[in-house]
Ligand binder design. Structure first.
Ligand SMILES: C[S@@+](CC[C@H](N)C(=O)[O-])C[C@H]1O[C@@H](n2cnc3c(N)ncnc32)[C@H](O)[C@@H]1O
Length: 222
């Protein structure tokens, strides 16, 4: 097992599953942000029933599950066996859902057809060097299809490759994964450089309350 997979398995064991219903009483929903009942939904993907959609770093699969309930074919990829074990346990009964344990770029380099849309919610797009990831994503997308991803906005002055620490017990060092932090303007520039069009990158403010960090949401077209 790679160090990355070990780290994300440790993360998976610490993270709760999504609650059973949202504030509207729905049993599945799409959430781009780190806050419950906040922000836009699956409409950002601009796809309808029958579309084939790829989730990069799908985690415990709740967003992918929602897409299948909307009639889409959702393919979720995640490097963590633990995340996918939880995803299969909760959502494995959904016939439109396909889950793969793989590293995102390696998965996209395997044969497997094109996708109408690709998304990543605090997922593999955040944790992979965009110089390697973006060409691989574009190669697998239907021209004009949407790539949408969300992540935490950068801390001012801290740009490019950063260390994310995944804590373990008091007796063990934390595990480390790399993430790539850029502000909206740099994401716009990177995406255009890699042939994407119609780029819109914005920081959605946090909902009213004590927490203030917003969510960077980037939308573009292959
Ligand atoms: C912060 S979690 C977010 C999970 C999920 N998208 C969600 O919103 O709950 C990041 C996820 O990305 C996965 N991941 C990170 N790097 C990856 C990579 N290179 N390839 C595939 N999955 C990756 C991790 O295993 C983890 O499940």
């Amino acid at each position: 097992m790679t160090d990355t997979a070990i780290a994300w398995d440790a993360y998976a064991r610490q993270r709760p599953e999504r609650r059973l219903t949202n504030a509207r009483g729905e049993t599945t929903w799409f959430n781009w942000t780190q806050y419950p009942d906040h922000g836009p939904g699956a409409e950002l993907l601009e796809v309808a029933a029958g579309a084939r959609v790829l989730g990069l770093g799908c985690g415990k699969g709740a967003n992918a599950a929602h897409l299948t309930v909307l009639g889409m074919r959702a393919v979720g990829v995640d490097v963590s066996a633990e995340q996918l074990r939880a995803a299969r346990e909760r959502w494995g009964h959904l016939s439109g859902l396909e889950l793969h344990q793989a590293e995102a770029i390696g998965f996209m380099q395997e044969p497997g057809g094109v996708y109408d849309a690709v998304y990543s919610v605090y997922g593999a797009v955040w944790f992979t060097d965009p110089a390697r990831l973006l060409p691989a994503v574009r190669e697998r997308m239907r021209p004009g299809g949407r790539l949408v991803f969300s992540q935490r906005p950068p801390v001012e002055g801290c740009y490019g490759c950063q260390a994310s620490y995944i804590p373990r017990g008091d007796e063990e060092d934390p595990l480390v994964v790399k993430r790539w932090d850029y502000g909206p303007e740099v994401w716009e520039q990177l995406l255009v450089e890699h042939g994407f069009t119609d780029v819109r990158a914005v920081v959605l403010p946090a909902p009213p309350g004590p927490r203030t960090i917003g969510t960077l949401i980037v939308q573009t077209r292959a």
